[in-house]
Design a protein around this ligand. Structure first.
Ligand code: A3P
Length: 325
């Protein structure tokens, strides 16, 4: 039997087991052996019971803000690094480990009735997130907000125009979604961010490989926008929060903004910021056969009569956009 100093031992270990170089954090309290060596000062209660996973531009901020009005639901503290969202599972923050993640959450006053949650709108279309989330939070519930992917793509295009993205300023939406692979990297990046998060089936399929369908709720973003009281009741039932909070008390429709907002003192509305619920022109209807990449095409599927392109290494059918709206 041999041993080595710690660093050399680690190097040897990872030479033998290279697949373990990438950590996969698990909940220390789910395994007695881990729990026994987990510091007595630490708790496993500072982890979310549910995640709002996106995608961007579907109403995730509205859902987030409505959830925070609930007396038994608490979100993470905002992150100063990543525009308030923690974005733990999807990128390099994951390397910071679970203590880093848990520091974003308060100690719940009652671990069994309080619901901590996190919203990171880029989780839905992140390749690595479902596996990582399921390893640490196998019992978490997952909320995803979906709208017509064409509207989502258009909203993202308008978002980028508002942020002075030259590709969005210099090209129409129709051009952005229909240019070919020989276009500039900036234009292709914009096209990618317009279209790829909208490939809902592909992303949900990845999540469903790690979570049972009973733990996943698809929220209709159009109903969230028009009737949030109804949606919030369904969300609470799905989460199992009790008692059911009546959102008619705390929400009010703002005629100027055209959206539902928080009802604050005196019944006045306090709405989300200017970047949520922007005013922009309707999607052009005069654009002749306007096409958008929407559906992933199984490789073996017959392609006769369909336009097919390749985006992100996957073949997609092109569907007439007007027929979708
Ligand atoms: P637009 O600004 O294009 O209208 P997200 O927060 O996921 O990025 O989504 C932003 C979208 O949320 C907005 O897109 C808006 O349509 C929608 N939304 C739904 N309910 C809203 C609300 N109560 N207040 C503001 N925006 C809301």
């Amino acid at each position: 039997l041999q041993t080595l100093p710690p660093v050399q031992l680690a190097e040897k270990y990872f030479t033998i087991f290279p697949e373990e170089r990438d950590p996969l954090w698990q909940n220390p309290c789910h395994d007695k052996r881990h729990k026994d060596i987990w510091s007595k000062e630490k708790t496993c209660d500072r982890l979310p019971k549910f995640l709002v996973i996106g995608p961007q531009k579907t109403g995730t901020t509205a859902l987030y803000s409505f959830l925070t009005l609930h007396p038994a639901i608490t979100s993470n503290f905002p992150s100063q690094f990543t525009f308030e969202e923690i974005q733990f599972f999807s990128g390099s923050n994951y390397q910071h480990g679970i203590d880093w993640y848990m520091d974003f959450f308060p100690f719940p006053s009652n671990a069994s009735t309080d619901f901590l949650f996190e919203k990171s709108a880029n989780y839905l279309d992140s390749d690595v997130t479902p596996r990582r989330a399921a390893a640490l939070l196998p019992r978490a519930k997952i909320l995803v907000v979906l709208i017509n992917p064409v509207d989502r793509a258009y909203s993202w295009y308008q978002h980028q125009r508002a942020h002075q993205d030259p590709a969005a300023l210099n090209y129409t939406f129709h051009q952005v979604v229909s240019v070919g692979l020989d276009s500039s990297p900036e234009l292709l990046t914009l096209q990618h961010r317009c279209l790829v998060p909208g490939a809902y089936a592909m992303h949900l399929d990845r999540w469903l490989r790690h979570y049972p369908p009973s733990q996943l709720l698809v929220v209709d973003g159009a109903v969230l926008r028009s009737n949030p009281v109804q949606v919030m009741e369904g969300v609470q039932r799905f989460l199992g929060v009790t008692p059911i909070f009546n959102y008619t008390q705390v929400l009010v429709f703002d005629e100027n903004k055209g959206f539902w907002c928080h009802r604050v003192e005196g019944g006045r509305p306090k709405c989300l910021g200017k970047s949520k619920g922007r005013k922009y022109p309707e999607m052009a209807v005069e654009v002749p056969p306007c096409q958008i990449v929407l559906f992933e095409l199984p490789v073996a599927a017959p392609t006769a009569g369909l336009d097919v392109v390749e985006v992100a290494g996957v073949q997609w059918t092109l569907v007439n956009m007007q027929s979708m709206t």
